[in-house]
Design a protein around this ligand. Structure first.
Ligand code: PLP
Length: 430
């Protein structure tokens, strides 16, 4: 028996159930991955006991000699992972997550009410890039700052840089944000830089989703063009749940402003166990196996997109440059929510996702698929053929259920029908 099993069998059992769920199903959620046991060991270490507000060498607590060494190691590995010179770039590895990293950037370089521009959520942007609806300031970033989004071109699904430029020239943001949560293509950083310069804006890249692919040099390098770069560490980077902020040292006093925004601005004590796990994951990035992994993630995503397209399905932008496949279900008349619900039943994890042009954000028109997790489980392109086949069969089943439930096609009715099928298989045949 493990200490947890003995001490708290209830929590232990839930963790074991989750472990079974993660490893017995197909994990296609683009923002998830499987960390190594080494990362998990660091996360579960005694470092969680330690307070260390401040930065290495300048703490508000005693007894920090080991965590100082650890945080400096994580910083050095983070810079090395992206080939950054410590003379030009520095980083902060303390953000608790991606959202807190972005908030710290805004708090550090903007004043309340300042203008920012990011990719709209229904176009694939993240909540923290200033999302709001006509009636509600959904994200704190739209409540505390003034936000106007840019969008993808509805015809192509690609970012409309001409429209972005027009909006920027009239809105004149102080911060232009690129990066996304559901965008299957790479970014035109030179163009974004030129637009930012033309309005005197700082340029932030939130590379949360793609940072592992950037580190492996599969995607374009945002550091050449941006003033600040943020990332999560738990997606393609395959580390613990956390965030990192990189900033240029030679511009606008960014280093001091952003470090102070993290602490004491927004956070208290760093999560040292997480920083240790981040350091472990960053150490992996330097190994040739990681470059192979990152390449396999993209090869798999491209194979999955191709198989689905070959089966007649609509893939936004026609394919992918990264780990994301955005599947538009509107042509077959099914919502992403219903498809996600059906997939849950057969142990395939996907997530409903808005597709540009959706009538309502409450009823997303598609699903987002991603290959980082399955690639960590050694799936290759040949397995993607099978995965696409299962997704295709799942779609046929979902459509049959929708037809059976009609005319009431609400998600609740759809789900209730599935529950009834499970409870009474014979009744459903009638
Ligand atoms: N930025 C982007 C582009 C993301 O996709 C996400 C999460 O999915 C975040 C930031 C926020 O990260 P977290 O969920 O760790 O706060």
């Amino acid at each position: 028996n493990t200490p947890l099993q003995q001490d708290d069998p209830e929590v232990f059992a839930i963790i074991k159930d989750e472990e079974r769920r993660q490893f017995s199903g197909l994990e296609l959620i683009a923002s998830e991955n499987f960390t190594s046991q080494a990362v998990i060991e660091a996360l579960g270490s005694c470092l969680t006991n330690k307070y260390s507000e401040g930065l290495p060498g300048a703490r508000y607590y005693g007894g920090t000699e080991n965590v100082d060494k650890l945080e400096r190691l994580a910083q050095a590995r983070a810079l090395r992972a992206f080939n950054l010179s410590p003379e030009q770039w520095a980083c902060n590895v303390q953000p608790y997550s991606g959202s807190s990293a972005n908030m710290a950037v805004y708090y550090g370089i903007l004043a309340p009410g300042d203008r920012l521009m990011g990719l709209d959520l229904p176009s694939g942007g993240h909540l923290t890039h200033g999302f709001q609806t006509p009636t509600r300031k959904v994200s704190a970033t739209s409540a505390f700052f003034s936000s106007v989004p840019y969008r993808v071109d509805p015809a192509t699904g690609l970012i409309d840089y001409d429209h972005l430029e027009t909006v920027a020239l009239s809105f004149r943001p102080k911060l232009l944000i690129c990066g996304a949560s559901a965008y299957p293509r790479d970014f035109d950083y030179p163009r974004l830089r030129a637009i930012a310069d033309s309005v005197g804006a700082l340029l932030l890249c939130d590379m949360a989703h793609i940072s592992g692919l950037v580190s492996a040099r599969i995607l374009a390098d945002p550091f050449q063009w941006c003033d600040v770069v943020t990332t999560t560490t738990h997606k393609t980077l395959r580390g613990p749940r956390a965030g990192i902020i990189f900033f240029r040292r030679d511009r606008h006093n960014l280093e001091q402003r952003i470090n102070q925004a993290v602490f004491p601005g927004l956070q208290g004590g760093p999560h040292n166990h997480t920083i240790a796990a981040t350091a472990v994951a960053l150490g992996h990035l330097a190994r040739p196996e990681f470059a192979q992994y990152a390449q396999a993630v993209v090869t798999n995503a491209q194979a999955l997109a191709r198989c689905l397209a070959d089966a007649g399905h609509t893939i936004v932008t026609g394919g992918t440059d990264n780990h994301i496949v955005l599947w538009d279900l509107r042509p077959v008349g099914l919502t992403g929510s219903k498809y996600e619900r059906l997939c849950d039943e057969i142990h395939i994890s996907v997530n409903k996702n808005a597709i540009h042009g959706d009538k309502s954000a409450l009823s997303p028109g598609g699903v987002r698929l991603g290959t980082p997790a399955l690639t960590s489980r050694s799936f290759g392109p040949e397995h993607m053929v099978q995965v696409a086949g299962l997704l295709d069969r799942a779609l046929a089943l979902a459509l049959a259920i929708q037809t059976a439930v009609a005319p009431a096609t609400r998600l609740a009715d759809f789900g209730a029908y599935i529950d009834a099928l499970k409870a009474e298989p014979a009744a459903a045949e009638n």
